[in-house]
Design a protein around this ligand. Structure first.
Ligand code: AMP
Ligand code: ZN
Length: 302
């Protein structure tokens, strides 16, 4: 706990992160952003030749897609919805009065058609499904999005609005498991290039509630999720900086992702937690990039 505070304080003092008064919601300095851009170029150096289709969605997604995704069944505690004032002038008067009196003015806000994107790949599945059947060689996509998760924390590596870069593969079971394996190997190599020691371990998503425990155990038993871990704020509890997820045909069935012969596609996604990777670099090599080992600097900036 103390170590977390110290690292966050040092990040604020150096100006790399900027305090907004809300845990997990930070401004980032130019230098912090430069590290993220450099790391994203490294991702391109490793994966660019794969020919993934680049798509960028905004950090909000269609609420109807979100509802259909089942996110509220699994992770209601993390979701963020966008609400707006939709009233008449009279409602406006009571809104201002309520605010003036320090009351809870948010109760009258109405849900809009937008929810905050919980993971970069969520808007992709319905988008690709709408295009029609997948070609025989499936699909490969390159995404990046700010994502929201309601998990306020003073651990700088646990933010509420953070960026996820993802590669997503749709195809046969063999296609997508091979893709996931390839990125696990690439992930280890990439981190070695930037001087970060990692471990890879089986993982599970934070499914909500008692029923969620079973889902988490099932995910582990079936080796559906792996994480690449790097010690940042704790050595005993290293931080997941990359995730490697195999969804089997769950998203294929949910969204109707099929091949021309009608068979259902399998999917897998590989996610880079960009803030976490930047924080791991600052933690291990120091808060001033000019002091970083030459090997690391040249991997990132040449
Ligand atoms: P997940 O969908 O949970 O596997 O997340 C994908 C990646 O995003 C993880 O491997 C992390 O690197 C990153 N990530 C997840 N949650 C957070 C968070 N609260 N703050 C910063 N990065 C996160
Ligand atoms: Zn994903």
């Amino acid at each position: 706990m103390d170590m977390q505070r110290t690292f966050l304080d040092r990040l604020f003092e150096s100006g790399l992160l900027i305090d907004t008064g809300v845990e997990g919601l930070y401004g980032r300095s130019g230098q912090f952003e430069d590290v993220i851009s450099a790391f994203e170029r490294l991702i391109d150096r490793f994966g660019g030749a794969d020919g993934a289709e680049a798509i960028r969605f905004p950090p909000g997604m269609n609420r109807a897609y979100f509802e259909k995704s089942g996110y509220m069944k699994s992770f209601p505690q993390l979701a963020g919805t966008v609400h707006s004032f939709c009233g008449c002038e009279l409602d406006h008067v009571s809104l201002l009065k309520c605010m003036e009196e320090g009351g809870d003015w948010t109760g009258e806000q109405k849900a809009t058609d937008i929810v905050l994107t919980p993971a970069a790949c969520y808007p992709l599945y319905p988008t690709v499904a709408k295009r029609g059947a997948l070609p025989a060689n499936g699909g490969l996509y390159d995404l990046q999005s700010y994502c929201f998760r309601h998990e306020p924390s003073n651990d700088p590596a646990r933010q509420q609005l953070f960026r996820m870069r993802e590669h997503v593969r749709m195809g046969t079971q063999a296609d997508v498991t091979e893709f996931r394996q390839l990125w696990m190997e690439r992930g280890v190599k990439m981190m070695a290039e930037v001087g970060l020691e990692v471990t890879i371990d089986i993982a599970n998503d934070p499914f909500f509630g008692r029923a969620g425990k079973m889902l988490a155990n099932n995910q582990r038993d079936q080796n559906l999720k792996f994480e690449l871990l790097i010690p940042i704020t704790s050595t005993t509890n290293p931080t997941a900086c990359m995730s490697f997820n195999y969804h089997q045909d769950a998203f294929g069935l949910k969204w109707g992702l099929t091949f021309e012969d009608g068979s259902t596609a399998h999917t897998a996604c590989v996610g880079f937690g960009l803030e976490r990777i930047a924080l791991a670099l600052f933690h291990h090599h120091g808060l001033d990039v000019n002091d970083w080992p030459e090997k690391v600097r040249s991997a990132l900036w040449t």
